[in-house]
Design a protein around this ligand. Structure first.
Ligand code: 9YT
Length: 140
């Protein structure tokens, strides 16, 4: 059994920070669950372009206020506490935070821990074996 707190991730490779968000990755690929679970805070006033072409993600809002705008349709969904959205079609989107958004995110397949978005808004698929030797790319 695994028992862990958000505090346990602070200052480790499971805490990943970009200009737009900080992600505290509570369960990762190395935990063997087949998915990863993160507490992510999206900073107020930011807009992030995201396209998880390699992953499925479900996002449950615990705190804050924001919106998701689908690309290319332009459909907008308000994100407030109690809302879940699931990117079941690898949907391209903008994520905007009007107030700091505290989100619980589940990724399948699991993230290894160090992913940040590349210029396409994508997380690469990373094999665990590569993790020790690779550098973390910069990004938002
Ligand atoms: C909602 C979302 O995808 N935010 C970006 C960060 C991501 N949740 C992560 O890596 O934890």
């Amino acid at each position: 059994m695994i028992v862990r707190t958000v505090e346990d991730t602070l200052g480790t490779d499971a805490e990943v920070r970009t200009p737009n968000w900080v992600s505290k990755r509570l369960l990762l690929k190395r935990d063997g669950m087949g998915y990863s679970v993160h507490e992510t805070t999206i900073f107020a006033g930011t807009e992030t372009y995201i396209w998880y072409k390699n992953h499925l993600e479900a996002v449950f809002c615990v705190e804050g206020e924001g919106e998701v705008e689908l690309i290319p349709s332009g459909e907008k969904y308000r994100i407030v506490p109690g809302t879940i959205y699931a990117l079941d079609k690898h949907d391209k989107h903008y994520l905007r935070a009007f107030k700091d958004l505290r989100l619980v995110c589940v990724f399948a397949p699991a993230l290894t821990g160090r992913e940040v978005h590349d210029e396409e808004g994508v997380y690469p698929l990373i094999e665990e074996e590569e993790q020790a030797s690779a550098e973390s790319p910069a990004g938002s």
